[in-house]
Write a protein of this length. Structure first.
Length: 438
């Protein structure tokens, strides 16, 4: 998600969807038949600095597809805060698009509804084959052992972006690589109305991304090996507390960030109000907000100690956007043609260059445009130290209930109330009680 997804649906809503006879979505028939598709409807996720930016990026490509195939694509760019609810409504009403973008972390949850076309070997062959895609991106397309529910479209990873001038003014000679160094630098930077690190405390998905990685670094996970919620382990509690303590204890995150949910931390960074931000592929957004490339730097996201890697040295979740087809579309062949077009080598280069993301298609990723100072750390992270969020049907509920718990803890920190190990554990216990019982 630009990428940070705000999963606004509650566990009860998704549970109802999962137990319903999922009828999928798709066009009403005005778009022609499967044999003669005339029109496809497409819900695109908001990847650019605004919905209008996305339309400017995508419409020329959709026009190109129409010229090549005779199939018109009706585009709607859906904000991240609305997208999951829109999709879930479509799975129950049957009134949805033919093709849509989904956050890759939703793949298993939406797969469980039965509303998305399974990408079996035959369907992958229709778009050029499964082996065209990077393995880490395929790892976030649904439950392991089942046919994927979607196809990778854009790949991303988290990194630490830093403001070079603010660092120089504070006498900090090099960017931090560990959390202790982040805190140390942040305290030097947090003065005179400026702050060391930005956060999006009301963005549920961003909260999940950060605490998931920190839990890995503490040797914990939020689910057991058999897929049961496990939110109150010592490592999970320590992870959430460490993240919220950046505001509550270390005081390197502005209290106002507790209310951020719409990329305001990027705007603060671009305006020299915040010196560091953890984000996914932020270069295009910085450029759109007037920052020059030599004004900021980027390094791999921090670890507890040492260097990023696997296990307790994980420093990012596998971020990205997948492309899915609603199962009952009347234009399944046309929809697959569109997916093939959007994931073609050349189109992957065009789209990912526009958004500053990384192609999940191997051949496209080899283009020199994706070997820049801004993207090289992200490519390295995806290849060596990123871990996929749990591919379990309850992942969306996890984002909602634990993301909300973190949001509430940030609100308490902003209000000056103490955030203790006990209060964190109590929030996580409440969140776990809201999860479906297995």
């Amino acid at each position: 998600m630009r990428r940070i997804r705000a999963a606004a649906v509650g566990a009860v809503t998704l549970s109802l969807v999962l137990t319903a006879a999922a009828c999928g979505g798709g066009s009403s028939g005005a778009g022609g038949s499967n044999e003669q598709p005339k029109t496809l409807t497409y819900w695109a996720s908001n990847q650019g600095a605004s919905l209008e930016v996305d339309k400017k990026v995508l419409q020329p490509e959709l026009d190109k597809f129409e010229k090549e195939t005779g199939i018109k694509v009706e585009l709607e760019v859906v904000p991240w805060g609305d997208l999951l609810n829109r999709i879930l409504t479509a799975t129950t009403s049957g009134q949805g698009p033919d093709v849509l973008n989904i956050g890759n972390t939703w793949s298993a949850s939406l797969q469980a509804t039965g509303a998305l076309l399974p990408w079996d070997e035959k369907n992958f062959e229709a778009i050029g084959g499964k082996d065209r895609f990077v393995e880490s991106a395929l790892g976030s397309t649904g439950v392991q052992g089942e046919d994927p529910a979607a196809v990778p479209l854009y790949s991303m990873a988290y990194a630490l972006y830093y403001n070079k001038k603010m660092f120089a003014d504070a006498g900090i000679e090099k960017p931090p690589t560990t959390w202790d160094e982040v805190t140390e630098a942040g305290k030097k930077l947090s003065k005179d109305g400026k702050w060391g690190l930005g956060a999006e405390g009301s963005n549920l998905s961003n909260n999940i991304h950060q605490v998931f990685v920190l839990a890995k670094q503490h040797g914990a996970d939020f689910f057991t090996a058999d897929g049961k919620a496990d939110f109150t382990s010592d490592g999970a509690v320590a992870a959430v507390k460490q993240y919220v303590d950046l505001m509550a204890k270390d005081k390197i995150v502005a209290p106002g960030n507790a209310e951020y949910a719409q990329n305001q931390s990027l705007s603060d960074f671009a305006k020299d109000k915040t010196a560091m931000v953890l984000w996914q592929t932020a270069a295009a957004t910085f450029e759109s907000q007037g920052m020059k490339k030599d004004e900021w730097g980027v390094v791999p996201a921090p670890v507890q100690s040492g260097k990023p890697g696997t296990g307790t040295s994980t420093n990012s979740m596998v971020a990205g956007i997948n492309m899915a087809v609603f199962n009952n579309t009347k234009n399944v062949d046309g929809a697959k043609k569109f997916v093939k077009f959007m994931t073609s080598d050349e189109e992957q280069k065009v789209l990912n260059k526009s958004y500053g993301s990384i192609p999940p298609v191997k051949a496209a990723q080899e283009d020199d445009a994706f070997n820049t100072f801004a993207l090289s750390p992200l490519r390295e992270t995806l290849a060596t130290s990123a871990t996929a969020l749990p591919q379990v049907p309850e992942e969306s509920q996890f984002e909602t209930v634990v993301g909300t718990a973190v949001k509430e803890l940030f609100a308490e920190a902003a209000a000056g109330r103490p955030v203790t190990t006990g209060s964190v554990k109590a929030k996580l216990e409440k969140a776990q009680q809201q999860m479906p019982k297995k």
